[in-house]
Design a protein around this ligand. Structure first.
Ligand code: AKG
Ligand code: FE2
Length: 435
């Protein structure tokens, strides 16, 4: 969202004035999340200097508790993008911050001005504005040394109030505007989902549904299947499986809203993608309103690199891409940027240090790894925050016939507005060729 559409002056002056006595004139007051380990600049869409008739503005950035506050300089970094730079917030600062943009005359002229005396009034102003949607910002921080790296440094805890009903710490205390879930009437799938972050549906899909797709997929020579991330747009036999009404009913009951299909993996060998949580590849507003399914099209051989997961890891903190990227070397950044597909390949390039950190976390917690050794027609549904991997095949090249589909709650992908409904569910429309 354009920052200028959030100008405080467009709102009732009373809300702003309530906290005003010692504050300079506040133009913008917005919360944002910084999913990085140390923060020293943000970028925001908009042109702040275009407002207030050229009178100079300054930024004040404060963490949620008011314990840390910084004065920032605002400069245009690209057309329509402002960059706000400030003295660094140190290690371990939580994800939530407030950005205030104020008349510069009210704050001393340089970055070394001490904004601490303003904190009580800024906090009162923020509290008076009430809960607000987060401002989408780009976050920047220094390159960090990976010698001391731990899971805590590349993850953080999403706020519980943003999570789906079954992810609430106590079911009888739902987040605002969510229905109460009766813990005594959960289905077996819902119970397993809540406890383990998966729901296993044995013998769920019939050969009648799977075989036409298998026949179609057999025509593709690549072991990895289609390269296109959305073959469901073209392959009706695949769509019929992924939007199968009983499957969609289970997904909806686990996540708590209608689900939107937006990704497939159609390989018949393990992806060998090492430990990760899918949600860290999604925009931050997804907040666990996410599920993926692993459909066995055959008996899965233990040496073929089965899907592996850590039961209960959907309650671990969430890996954050921006935090992970802070630890990349220059050489890794170059490698990530130069790929055949044109996508930034940071998730696979950073695997070399993320996977050992996850292994260390598994060992530290003393938790088990489990493999999904499935029969044809079995389905494993997994949580967006479940730690999982496509394990390395002990017998390279051995087939592991599966179909994978990923879904997000329909209200949690506003950036995928073009949808269709078919069978039992929605799918996001993309106009990419089937390759
Ligand atoms: O190869 C696998 O089973 C893992 C796939 C995976 O990580 C995913 O689809 O998100
Ligand atoms: Fe994954």
């Amino acid at each position: 969202m354009q920052i200028l559409s959030r100008l405080l002056s467009r709102r009732s002056p009373a809300t702003v004035e309530a906290a005003a006595p010692v504050l300079p004139d506040v133009v913008i007051a917005e919360p944002f999340h910084a999913f990085i380990h140390r923060l020293n600049a943000i970028t925001v869409p908009g042109d702040l200097r275009a407002i207030r008739g050229g009178r100079p503005l300054r930024a004040i950035v404060m963490d949620e508790t008011g314990a840390q506050v910084r004065v920032g300089e605002i400069a245009q970094s690209a057309p329509g993008i402002d960059r706000i730079a400030f003295p660094e917030f140190p290690d371990g600062t939580g994800p939530a911050f407030w950005l205030f943009v104020v008349e510069a005359s009210g704050v001393e002229a340089s970055g070394d001005a001490d904004p601490a005396p303003l904190v009580p009034a800024l906090r009162a102003l923020a509290a008076g504005l009430g809960p607000r949607p987060l401002l989408a910002v780009g976050c920047e921080g220094p390159r960090l040394d990976r010698a001391q790296l731990s899971f805590a440094m590349i993850s953080d805890e999403p706020p519980a109030a943003t999570l789906p009903p079954l992810d609430q710490p106590a079911l009888d205390q739902p987040a605002l505007d969510q229905p109460v879930v009766d813990g005594d009437t959960l289905t077996p799938e819902q119970r397993q989902w809540r406890e383990e972050g998966v729901a296993i549906l044995k013998g769920f899909l019939s050969d009648d549904l799977l075989d036409p797709y298998i026949a179609r997929r057999e025509q593709v020579a690549r072991p990895g299947g289609w390269r296109s991330p959305t073959p469901y747009m073209h392959v009706e036999e695949l769509r019929r499986i992924c939007l199968h009404p009983p499957l969609m009913r289970v997904l909806n009951s686990l996540v708590g809203e209608e689900m939107l299909l937006h990704l497939n993996l159609t390989g018949w060998v393990s992806t060998e993608r090492d430990w990760h949580q899918d949600e860290y590849l999604s925009p931050p507003f997804v907040n666990s309103w996410y599920a993926a399914v692993w459909i066995a099209l055959d008996r899965i051989h233990p040496d073929a690199g089965p899907f592996e997961y850590i039961p209960g890891s959907h309650r671990w903190p969430l890996l954050r891409g921006a935090r992970v990227r802070q630890f990349m070397t220059d050489e890794e950044r170059r490698r990530a940027a130069v790929t055949d597909s044109g996508y930034d390949a940071w998730p696979s390039v950073t695997q070399s240090y993320v996977a050992p950190i996850v292994e260390a976390e598994i060992a530290r917690r003393g938790v088990e790894k489990r493999a999904f050794l499935a029969e044809k027609g079995d389905v494993l549904v997994w949580h967006g925050r479940l730690m999982h991997r496509g394990s390395p095949a002990r017998q390279p090249g051995l087939e592991r016939r599966s179909l994978i589909a990923h879904y997000t709650g329909v209200n949690h992908r506003p950036d995928m507005p073009d949808r269709r409904f078919e069978g039992g569910g929605h799918y996001a429309v993309f106009h990419t060729p089937l390759l």
